[in-house]
Write a protein that binds this ligand. Structure first.
Ligand SMILES: C[S@@+](CC[C@H](N)C(=O)[O-])C[C@H]1O[C@@H](n2cnc3c(N)ncnc32)[C@H](O)[C@@H]1O
Length: 269
């Protein structure tokens, strides 16, 4: 597939993740940081775009099939970080984050933990008088195997060891989908990948001064993937942290905006 955008750090494809991920090589990425489209999100009229299915079940099935592709692309000690927003219908929560977590577990993912993302910005509710105002989303940490990579040092400094992360969510109201705050993404990437990269021969995560047991001479940067790349937050944060990235986004106009962001790397995070 022809890339939509490419630079020294990675590639962005304008495609449907359900089909494209299956065509990619296995085990090429160490970490996936993403946010699927919410159920009932605005319909952009693009074929294959997830979010406007007739039922929650159909929606979940599609999201799970994207993550099936991600499982193939992740190395065995890789991690998947998914921020999921619930949908409120007729004033009631649909429970989408936990329904998705349960489906992913059935599909073989290990649910390491749920993290509460305290967004600090109060959102409007559809029935404010009989519900609390939504001010958090759920971030799930999944692993392929029990021997997943987890950078403890980064966890202490970036996330303060706690499973509640208070990170402001100031949305640009000109952007029609929810984008992730760069600080949330950088926290996941710093914990889920190594600053020193991976051994190019056996794929072991490198540490400072570490000589790989396989005697592989070269270390290469870790690769972060986002199958719902949107406006490219994950890809941009990855390149700024010295990682490589792979992004897939179905909406061509979002790809254009993401490419502009990726091309002006050099500005501060
Ligand atoms: C919540 S947004 C992601 C925003 C992104 N995390 C950011 O910070 O910019 C979800 C994205 O998934 C995209 N999407 C929906 N269905 C898709 C599919 N089948 N394949 C690839 N992308 C898809 C939507 O167009 C939307 O941009």
């Amino acid at each position: 597939m022809k890339p939509f955008f490419k630079n020294d750090f990675g590639t962005l494809y304008n495609a449907d993740s359900i089909s494209l991920l299956n065509e990619m090589e296995s085990g090429v990425s160490q970490c996936c940081v993403t946010s699927p489209p919410s159920y009932g999100e605005r319909d952009f009229g693009i074929d294959g775009c997830i979010g406007s299915e007739g039922s929650v079940d159909d929606y979940l099935e599609k999201v799970v099939s994207v993550f099936k592709g991600i499982k193939k692309l992740l190395c065995d000690d890789g991690t998947l970080w998914v921020a999921v927003k619930d949908t409120v219908a007729d004033g009631f929560a649909q429970g989408i984050p936990w329904l998705l977590a349960s489906r992913l577990r059935k599909d073989g993912w290990i649910l390491v933990q749920d993290i509460v993302w305290n967004k600090r910005v109060l959102e409007k509710n559809s029935a404010v008088s009989r519900r609390f105002t939504d001010s958090h989303d759920t971030l799930f940490l999944f692993a392929k195997t029990g021997k997943y990579f987890f950078n403890m040092g980064a966890m202490r400094t970036a996330a303060g060891k706690n499973s509640v992360w208070a990170i402001s969510n100031r949305q640009d109201h000109r952007i029609p989908v929810q984008t992730l705050p760069p600080r949330l993404v950088s926290t996941c990437i710093l914990i889920g990948t190594s600053d020193y990269g991976v051994c190019s021969k056996c794929g072991t995560f490198a540490t400072r001064g570490n000589k790989c047991k396989c005697k592989g001479r070269e270390v290469v940067p870790c690769v972060v993937i986002d199958p719902f790349a949107g406006f490219g937050t994950t890809l941009d944060v990855a390149q700024r942290l010295g990682r490589k990235y792979i992004g897939v986004e179905i909406n061509g106009s979002f790809c254009s905006m993401a490419s502009k962001k990726l091309a002006c790397f050099g500005k501060a995070l």
